[in-house]
Design a protein around this ligand. Structure first.
Ligand SMILES: NC(=O)c1ccc[n+]([C@@H]2O[C@H](COP(=O)([O-])OP(=O)(O)OC[C@H]3O[C@@H](n4cnc5c(N)ncnc54)[C@H](O)[C@@H]3O)[C@@H](O)[C@H]2O)c1
Ligand SMILES: O=c1ccn([C@@H]2O[C@H](COP(=O)(O)OP(=O)(O)O[C@H]3O[C@H](CO)[C@@H](O)[C@H](O)[C@H]3O)[C@@H](O)[C@H]2O)c(=O)[nH]1
Length: 321
């Protein structure tokens, strides 16, 4: 397969590039390096610096590379920033992706895999959340991803676009053995911030809320190892290329961990005390997000293999050190 990975210099995209290369595929990366790192892109991949919104450049690239499948990771993804600077999200995610889809249709690319998110659901009525749960995003980031999903549905029906939308829950962990891991700046994600405390870069971890309606009062999330996520993408594209139906899939483990559980796991892995500061709640945080993962298991044959919490934390820690 000849794959285009947009956002392939970012956290999850760079792991996808490695996964595709290891499976014997040909990879081109398109990334504007707005939040990614050139040195995260494997040498065996072709790298093009550019914006996915630039339909004519992308069309030329797709034709030149004879692309069979697109993995679309490129996006802005800081939830809080999407509230304070929504145009960056409607432009950078929705408008940019519509530009990419123009080129995708014109080049007749056979499969399109979107990085979607649990944020399309908003505050859930019930957990675990299945794919049919009502979609009521509570921030512009989730709104833009939902709007992109709706465009995929309509383009599929009208123009025959074949797509898969993968709704990730919380991506974490690293492929430290090949030098890959999470390097956001600024970092907003829980685990890398906790590990920054362990390596002395921050004094303490702020826990956003301790009176949530959960057993220990802190928020619960479904953490999935970034390498398991990448394996699921291979399953999704394989399914599409064999004639499988377009659609959306949750990617998680079906198990939730509280913020305190993640901190405790990091204490065990790092041997560091990791001081905690009890802080006010963060805008837009639902108490509990846990995926129902039966659909991806049944249809894509997906099974998380590396996503127990200790392993996720240990891999992220090995990368950081
Ligand atoms: N990290 C998570 O827990 C999580 C959860 C759910 C969904 N997602 C989605 O997964 C995808 C990847 O997330 P990530 O954490 O790796 O983010 P990231 O910021 O590390 O990677 C995004 C990459 O896209 C590039 N990019 C952004 N806009 C671009 C554009 N217009 N043209 C070309 N390149 C562009 C950036 O330079 C960066 O390399 C995103 O779509 C995100 O919304 C992530
Ligand atoms: O310093 C911190 C950082 C986070 N948290 C908490 O830790 C949990 C996880 O937070 P974070 O790592 O920021 O992830 P989420 O806010 O759950 O969002 C991630 O997971 C979503 C899907 O579940 C995706 O949509 C988003 O893109 C992705 O950033 C939340 O309860 C936060 O309140 C803290 O208590 N302290």
């Amino acid at each position: 397969m000849r794959a285009l990975v947009t956002g392939g210099a970012g956290y999850i995209g760079s792991h996808m590039v490695r996964t595709l290369l290891d499976a014997g595929h040909d990879v081109t990366v398109l990334d504007d390096l707005s939040t990614g790192h050139r040195d995260a892109v494997a040498n065996e991949a072709r790298f093009v610096q550019g914006d996915v919104a630039d339909s004519s450049e992308v069309l030329a690239l797709l034709r030149d590379a004879k692309t069979d499948a697109i993995f679309h990771f490129a996006a802005k993804s800081r939830v809080e920033e999407s509230v304070t600077d929504p145009r960056r999200y409607f432009q950078g995610n929705l408008t940019a992706t519509l530009g990419l889809l123009e080129a995708t249709l014109d080049a007749k690319v056979g499969a399109f895999v979107l990085s979607s998110t649990a944020a399309v659901y908003g505050t859930p009525d019930e957990v675990p959340i299945d794919e049919e749960h009502p979609k009521r995003p509570v921030n512009p980031y989730g709104e833009t991803k939902l709007a992109i999903e709706r465009a995929l549905e309509a383009y599929g029906r009208a123009y025959g676009l074949r797509w898969s939308s993968l709704r990730y829950f919380n991506a974490a962990g690293a492929y430290h053995q090949v030098g890959l891991g999470e390097r956001h700046s600024p970092e907003t994600h829980l685990l890398p911030i906790i590990l920054d405390v362990a390596r002395g870069k921050r004094p303490a971890i702020n826990v956003y809320g301790t009176t949530w309606p959960t057993p220990d009062g802190t928020c619960i999330r479904d953490y999935i190892h970034v390498r398991d996520l990448c394996d699921a993408h291979l399953g999704a594209v394989d399914f599409l290329r064999k004639g499988g139906e377009s659609g959306a899939f949750n990617l998680g483990t079906g198990r939730g961990h509280s913020v305190r559980e993640v901190i405790d796991a990091a204490r065990r892995v790092t041997g560091h005390a990791i001081p905690v500061v009890e802080a006010p709640t963060r805008a837009g945080d639902p108490a509990i997000l846990v995926a129902k993962v039966e659909r991806a298991a049944r249809i894509l044959g997906f099974q998380a293999k590396r996503s127990n919490l200790e392993e996720i934390v240990a891999d992220a820690w090995a990368f950081m050190r």
